[in-house]
Design a protein around this ligand. Structure first.
Ligand code: SF4
Length: 689
């Protein structure tokens, strides 16, 4: 009989990464270490399948050579060659306390700026005790949504309010599926099977993307438009639908405001103009319009591809207007994918936003480097950064500007991460964060409707601590000089925080037992306790906009940005190529960028004709450059790439490079939400010889 190794075990977990799918995982653990990561069938949306990046990268993220295992103090210069020495947690907390306290005395609490983004997406690690701490401290409030999805969120909210749309799983009922600017193979993997199954049932698939992505290969119609012209395409199709009398006039009359002014703007774009401006075939746009006319129910899924340019908010709004003007709401399979309203989370109780002083002005995370380098006399100077759940050097536009800011000598930087990232190398003190396999948390999603819970699968590695415990310890130290931190809210356990995070009055939770959210037992928040659908847009919920109707003209956006209607602005060209930096199939944003084999896609993809015209060949090293920076990449010649565009996936780490593509990305902002314009980067290339 073979001896059974009782120290080997399978433990349930949830993938915490910034990805739509939030997969359930099975983690094989041996002697307290992760041996293997597989998908688990617990989550009905992800059904046991996970992406290769997590299957091959998570073990090394947790146990690899870059794992941070104890608090560190920097002893050399900041930057790629920084050196650190281990210190105790007590010394780390005390150093942070002393620096923050003296800064508060000299400059006020707004001189402390938390810089966080979507590292772990768990509700506890992603925003609970940390938020309470910074809110109570009076630190600067920072809006990180301009980095990603803020434009789409504001576009959606301007039209529909907070009322949730449909879950992606509903595509099984759709007869027309439009995937707009979403490379689902890289960042929404499990949607592929749903769409392919729907196609087998007769659904038509339209993919709108400048690149022939893998899902585009299966599309009935692929509209390979020029980046930034989405609003032109959608407006022209809207005008055509009006011309051919394919609007749902009854739905518009009863449920929509701004119809007349919307069409007055849309009718400025003929199909012929759209063909020219979007660089599409006229007959393809006609076909797209005919699909909207002839096929119901129709549903649309927008990714972040279309939002990342100066016309981004307008593009998303005009795309989302197509199911509106054709009345595709109500019946199963029709509508707009958006599950944000499905989840019974109580972020107020979790984050205690009531602690925020009314006088606080919120900063855009994109503006932090400029405010560090060129202090604004009207704003408190930034003297301390607390970087956590974020790798700004790898993620932000204007990489050189970010690095220049992090090098500022009078800036005290605390870094907190699982891994010694490019950004951590600029920190004065580094706090080792536990990975999501080392603590309990709960997870919502943005691709499906399942609320999930996890517990620690392994003990903390080294001296790493969960984010919640790190901020408990900081609060404990600050309680010695500031009585607010003596409040019991700063001692709340993770177990209690998980209960606090769930709103028992939400329709998804009513009549469920208090402990119904268990490990390996997700709750489908699209259903109530009796299995009935929870209310969503036009299924029990009307748009929660100021007018109570869908707003094609938004007074809110008019007031904020003079963007009552979507608009198209022709962009001046300074360089011949538009560089697109999409999601990678090797990394999730910058996670795993340090791991061997996870940066093999850091190449520059070019259309064969563009390569031929420049006498460039596959595999050749080229400089890609603009007025901001220049970097060397190897070319990959691919007919999937549209002529005039270049592709290099996001999330690479510097490693031995002086730059990544983020150095080329400009600082200008989108038409709404102050959003970053990653896909609005103009560049040129030349051979490296
Ligand atoms: S990154 Fe996305 S697809 Fe991959 S395991 Fe995590 S949630 Fe699933």
């Amino acid at each position: 009989m073979p001896k059974i190794d009782t120290t080997r075990d399978e433990r349930p977990a949830v993938c915490p990464l910034d990805c739509a799918d939030t997969c359930s995982l099975n983690v094989e653990v041996e002697h307290g270490r992760v041996k293997k990561v597989r998908g688990s069938s617990t989550n009905p949306f992800t059904r046991g399948k996970i992406c290769a990046k997590v299957a091959t990268g998570l073990q090394e993220q947790v146990h690899g050579p870059d794992r941070l295992e104890r608090p560190l103090k920097r002893i050399g210069d900041r930057g790629p060659l920084a050196t650190f020495e281990p210190i105790s947690w007590t010394e780390a907390i005390e150093t942070i306390y002393q620096n923050f306290e003296s800064s508060i005395k000299a400059h006020g609490p707004l001189s402390i700026v938390p810089m966080a983004y979507g590292g772990p997406m768990g509700r506890l690690a992603g925003g609970s005790m940390d938020k309470r701490f910074f809110n109570a401290l009076g630190a600067q409030q920072v809006n990180s949504s301009p980095l990603c999805a803020g434009i789409t969120d504001e576009a959606y909210t301007s039209m529909f309010g907070e009322s949730g749309g449909i879950a992606q799983a509903e595509f099984t009922h759709s007869k027309l599926i439009v995937v707009w600017g979403n490379n689902i193979t890289a960042c929404n993997l499990h949607l592929t099977k749903i769409i392919r199954d729907a196609q087998k049932q007769g659904a038509k698939l339209v993919v709108i993307d400048p690149k022939k992505t893998r899902i585009a290969e299966h599309a009935d119609l692929h509209l390979q438009l020029l980046p930034g012209t989405d609003v032109v395409l959608a407006y022209a199709v809207a005008a055509e639908l009006k011309r051919i009398k394919a609007l749902d006039e009854q739905f518009l009359k009863e449920n929509v405001v701004g119809v007349e002014s919307y069409f007055a703007e849309a009718e400025k774009f003929s199909l012929e103009q759209a063909a020219q401006l979007c660089d599409l075939k006229l007959e393809d746009i006609e076909k797209f319009a005919s699909y909207w006319k002839d096929i119901k129910p129709a549903a649309i899924n927008t990714g972040i591809g279309a939002e990342r340019n100066r016309n981004g908010g307008s593009g998303i709004r005009a795309a989302l207007a197509l199911p509106v003007i054709t009345g595709n709401f109500g019946p199963k399979g029709g509508g707009v994918c958006n599950v944000s309203g499905y989840f019974p989370t109580n972020s107020q109780a979790l984050q205690r936003k009531d602690l925020i002083s009314d006088e606080h002005e919120t900063l855009s995370i994109l503006d932090i480097p400029d405010l560090i380098l060129e202090p604004n006399a009207k704003k408190a100077p930034i003297k301390n950064l607390f970087i956590y759940n974020h790798n700004p050097v790898a993620v932000h536009p204007r990489q050189d500007r970010m690095i220049e800011a992090l090098l500022k000598e009078d800036l005290f930087i605390v870094g907190c991460d699982i891994t010694l990232t490019d950004s951590m190398r600029y920190a004065d003190i580094i706090l080792p964060a536990a990975s999501h396999l080392e603590y309990s948390d709960i997870y919502t999603a943005y691709g499906h409707s399942f609320l999930q819970r996890s517990e620690a699968a392994i003990p903390p590695v080294g001296e790493a601590l969960p984010n919640t415990e790190i901020f408990r310890r900081l609060a404990q130290r600050f309680s010695q000089s500031n009585s607010i931190f003596a409040d019991p809210m700063f001692k709340e356990s993770d177990e209690s925080l998980i209960r606090t995070a769930v709103d028992p009055k939400h329709p998804a939770m009513v009549d469920r037992p208090e402990d119904s959210l268990k490990v390996n037992s997700p709750i489908d928040c699209s259903k109530d306790a009796s299995g009935r659908d929870t209310p969503s847009l036009f299924r029990g919920l009307m748009p929660s906009t100021p007018s109570g109707k869908i707003e094609l003209f938004s007074s809110t956006l008019e007031r904020e940005y003079r963007q009552g209607l979507p608009t198209w602005t022709a962009l001046e060209r300074s360089h011949p190529f538009i560089l697109v930096t999409p999601s990678s199939e090797k990394r999730t944003n910058s996670t795993f960028g340090n791991i061997e084999g996870h940066d093999s896609d850091v190449l520059l993809e070019i259309n064969p004709q563009d390569a031929l015209e420049r006498s460039l060949r596959d595999g050749q090293a080229v400089y890609v450059f603009n007025q901001q920076a220049e970097l060397l990449l190897n070319l990959k010649v691919s007919s999937n790439v549209k002529k005039g565009t270049l592709y290099s996936p996001k999330g690479a780490w510097l490693k031995h490079r002086s730059h990544t593509v983020n150095a080329l990305i400009p600082g200008h902002k989108a038409d709404i939400a102050g959003g970053a314009c990653y896909n609005d980067t103009q560049v040129d290339i030349r051979a490296c010889d």
